[in-house]
Ligand binder design. Structure first.
Ligand SMILES: [Fe+2]
Length: 309
């Protein structure tokens, strides 16, 4: 079983209807799908891989090995030979890029410029993907983006640059613990070769197969609410691996913290009355405060907490 691979360029040709249906299926049945021929230049993607790997080597690898708590904690567990798994840590090196370019990120030559260029392209792709979702859900074009922008017109777009270095005891720690994503649409540029990302599908963990230069799309909790449950956010995790250093660059198209999120009225009216109350109405910033505390727990209690706020 593999997650759907969809040719995004076919959206503009004779196979448009078929491609729209494939994306609808990806959203409804999987929560994850891979886009190929998405329009991001290959040359740019190659540069992104290069600067991110160089940044890791030059600025982060030593720090990860020598001063990251997870390395120390894993060593302690191994020495104790308790057999217990390290439950509250991830074997991950990560930092986040946001629109504020003054933010200190990396001194690696070409990093800032390349990532700014990449993020601008990915942001445009994110908008296109959301417009496809609008259409598939029967909403006016731009609806999801408008909700995410909120009153002030400022949806959040962030990019997490992660590495999952080789782990000596992958059975004792996760690369990234299982969770659903809090926000809207996630656009992931994962490693060409080193896998490890898995999604939970019908009770079974299945691999998101590495596919060079594809962009993996997945939907977060806010798309689930907006779509009134038609597009479910899906549990996923990253396994630690003994060899290979997995590179993973995930960009998040999320609501503004001030945006109000609720099921789209058009989708509620069409459903039975008892279903109408399935998802709450809340301010995204409130959801994020809950999420920060409960990221690795089921999402339903988060919805309950914000409903009561
Ligand atoms: Fe995630």
């Amino acid at each position: 079983m593999t997650i759907p691979v969809i040719d995004f360029s076919k959206l503009n040709g004779e196979e448009r209807a078929k491609t729209m249906a494939e994306i609808a299926n990806g959203c409804e049945e999987w929560g994850f799908f891979q886009l190929v021929n998405h329009g991001i230049p290959k040359e740019l993607l190659e540069r992104v891989k290069k600067v991110c790997s160089e940044c890791y080597k030059q600025e982060r690898e030593e720090k990860f090995k020598n001063s990251t708590p997870v390395v120390k904690l894993l060593n302690e567990i191994v020495e104790k030979k308790s057999g217990n798994k390290l439950e509250n840590e991830d074997w991950e090196d990560v930092f986040t890029l946001v629109d504020d370019m003054n933010e200190r990120t990396s001194e690696t030559p070409g990093f800032k410029e390349t990532m700014a260029e990449y993020r601008a392209e990915l942001k445009k792709l994110g908008v296109k993907v959301m417009e496809v979702m609008d259409e598939n859900l029967g909403l006016p074009k731009g609806s999801i983006k408008k909700v995410f922008d909120g009153e002030e017109g400022s949806a959040f777009f962030g990019t997490k640059v992660s590495h999952y270095p080789p782990c000596p005891n992958p059975e004792l720690v996760n690369g990234l613990r299982a969770h659903t994503d809090a926000g809207g649409v996630v656009l992931l540029f994962q490693d060409d070769k080193v896998g490890g990302l898995q999604i939970l599908k019908d009770g079974e963990w299945i691999d998101v197969q590495p596919l060079p230069n594809a962009i993996v799309i997945n939907t977060g909790d806010q798309i689930e609410v907006l779509s009134n449950g038609r597009y479910k956010s899906v549990w996923h995790r990253v396994l630690a691996t003994p060899d290979g250093n997995r590179r993973s660059i995930a960009s998040f198209y999320n609501p503004s913290l001030k945006a109000t999120i609720s099921p789209a009225p058009q989708l509620v009216e069409n459903l039975k009355k008892e279903m109408n109350q399935a998802y709450p109405k809340f301010v995204f910033g409130d959801y994020m405060s809950v999420y920060t505390e409960q990221k690795f727990l089921p999402k339903e209690p988060r919805f309950q907490v914000v409903r009561a706020m």
